[in-house]
Design a protein around this ligand. Sequence first.
Ligand code: FRU
Length: 926
Amino acid sequence: MIRLLPSIKFAAKSHFYLIFFHAVLLLHLCGCNATNKPDEYVIGFSQCVESDAWRKTMLEEMKRELAFHPNLKLIYKQADGNSEKQISQVKELLSEKVDILIISPNEADPLTPIVEQTFNRGIPVIVVDRKISTPSYTAFVGGDNYQIGKIAGQYAASLMSGKGNIIVITGLPKSTPAIERDRGFAEAIKSFPAIKVAEKVNGEWYKQKAKDELLKIAGSTSNVDLVFAHNDMMAYSAQEVYKEKGLQKPKIIGVDGLPCDSCGMQFVSSGLITATMLYPTGGEEAIRLAVKILSKENFEKENNLQTTVIDSTNVKLMQLQATKITSQQRSIERQQNVLENLKTIYKNQRTFTYILVFLLVAATTLGGIVFFSLRNNRKINKQLQIRNEEILEQKNKIEEMSSKAHEANEAKVKFFTNISHEFRTPLALILAPLEELLAQSKNQSQLQNLNLIHKNVFRLFRLVNQLLDFRKIEVERMKVRATENDIVSFVADIIESYKSIAQKRNIDLRLITNERQINVWFDASMIDKVVFNLLSNAFKFTKDEGFIHVYLSKTEDGKNAVIRVEDNGVGMAKEAVERVFEAFYQGEYENYKGSGLGLALSKELVKLHGGSINVKSEKGKGTEFEVRLLVGTDHFSPEDLAEGYTPSPIQYERDIYTSDLEGQQRTNREVSYNGLKEHSVLIIEDNPELRGFLADRLSSDYEILEAVNGQEGLQHAFDSVPDIIISDVVIPGKDGIAITNILKNDVRTSHIPIVLLTAKTSVEQQIEGMKNMADAYITKPFNLQFLQQSLKSLLANRSKLKDHFTGDISSSLKTQTVNKLDKKFINEFTSLVESNIANDDFGVDDICKQLGISKVQLYRKVKALLNINVNDYIVETRLQKAKFLLQHEEFSIGEVAYKVGFSSPAYFSTVFKSKFGITPKAFKEK
Ligand code: FRU
């Protein structure tokens, strides 16, 4: 599985790159369009009035121009010729955050402050048509009204041939076009003294107002040669008044010259008025100028639009041009519409294209993923196939091996079974004469030996029988021959076999039941094994003075008979509880080694009866086994029932199971070996029989110390410092090798020779033992003589070493191996004595303190290594030094005595003489 990961990673990476690439492409496509988009602007347009055609035309022109700038939005307000209203409308526009203000001020002065304010806030202001009274505006677009007035005046003068009366109809007096047109006109006719302005009427730019004012001066209208009205509407009113009054119509000049119906040009062409001055609205120009300002392009502040006179001579041409322009404008509008449509189509197509591109990208991505996945899948499949083949091959090999292992096991088990069978005859042949010898023998020590053999023969019998039974169950299915028995008397009978052991060990063995009789169908030759096993087990793990209680009962429903064996023995750990019924499981108590078959066999036997066996145990508290056997015969097949069959008496099983247990009751032997022997031996062995055997055999030559486990062994070694140790390798607690390691690395015990004794013959183990500085390694079964000889030679070597250390050893033995720690000890010990030679107070206590060991350990150690008593060694050293000083130095006897730590020269002399047979004085003289 792990081997597939790199390819999956690669595929994931490829997918990622593919998606990333497409995302970038898509973003790029959308992004191109976004970056070209112009900024959006809002134009506020404040119109003074809108009711007339001229203003409408201005707005139309603006809109037409705006059509070319979709990024511009127009907010339009008109003030109905009311300056107050216009001021508040400008304020509204400002609050709507316009980017630029276009204003045609109704009157100059009232509108000036708001325009100035706007301009000063940094908002560009374009003034159109009418002006204001401040230069604080951004730009102006419109006709030059002074020029219009002037040209009109000159034209009027030429029409009147330099003489005559004129009526002037003015626009709103405070609006700049009215002021400037009037000024221009006056300027032009000034040079014609014969021309007089007979009347000046204020028409306020309105048709009706002009008519009303003209009618007011009806009397003075008759001898008038020319009327100059400030716009065409007021000019029309003038011609109406003359027509209505039936008076000779004077020449009439208007201003604006719009081409529309009922506008200036039509009035001229139809002869209603004489001429009109072209006054362009500037709507289109104002928008263009706004665009320039907003896009920060260069622009002119003052933009005056051209004027011309339109009269009968050019009106047709002008109209034609206007029509042409109008039709062109219509065509432009149509084209614009088409363009708009195209734009919409383009937009739709663009959206469609995006969708298409997106789908394409998605499809390609998915395609890529599918491709990579497929490729990957193929790879994975290939790898899986290879793996499968490998696994298959392995499986075949395992099968082959397991079948071989099975065969080998079968062969082994068969061999075991056969050999077990073979064992039974010789065992029986040993048993018979042995029992005879036991009956005849009177010699106590011989009887002891024969008993030992007898117990072990039964032990072998039990092992062989269990092995054969187990084999029978495993391979051939043991046949149950059930008979109806009273389980109470059956179990009581078996318990009886353990009574004497219980008595000897002071174990409270009891059968506890409320039932006088419980009849159960079972094969007595099988269930007796189960009960014997459980009891043997309980006895093995229960200490002296403990209890073993056997409870017999029936379950409440009466369907089961229950045998419960309870003890307060050592108990088991959880793991042991779980595995206790496994065949060959040895458990954790190696000092109670068994075959590991008893409980496994019991379980199988109970199973053959359709029953159950369970265990409850707690370490240190005890164990409880419970066997349940079904009452009645329903669970048996007819051939399992063997009515009339009498199983063999339990005597045989009794011997097999109980003989072993008695062997553990050895009396405390130490007492009997208390004789004072030259050497002591510590035997660390968990098997009581073997320990007893060794103790027996070695007790004539050695002082015996015994330990049943590692911990006890170490304790004895440190407390008693024996001369030699024999230890089993496999023992409970610390094993023999660990013990050797500890003892050999402790100065108190490092000198003690250790013989490791074990049933394991592996060379590795021997090497391991030697590595840990064991002095000898003897494998079981061992020859007692060989063991005794080994002990002797190890002790002899030790004594040679002693000689070596005391200095009287021949050079040939100097190569003798000795523990480093021991060398160190000797060096420390001897140098300590030497450096304190002059100190008469110096003694054993000082040495123990300095070396950190107990007195016993010091005595034993020095005795073992130097074969001399510690105090003797100190005196010996003092005397040797004295000898040297007497020989080589010029000291008096008294001085020498003090120098070697004698408190008086007399005492020194006595000791010296007793050692060397000569007084110090005589020695010195010699
Ligand atoms: C329209 C109008 C025009 C005139 C202009 C002056 O409202 O009266 O006829 O030329 O305004 O601002």
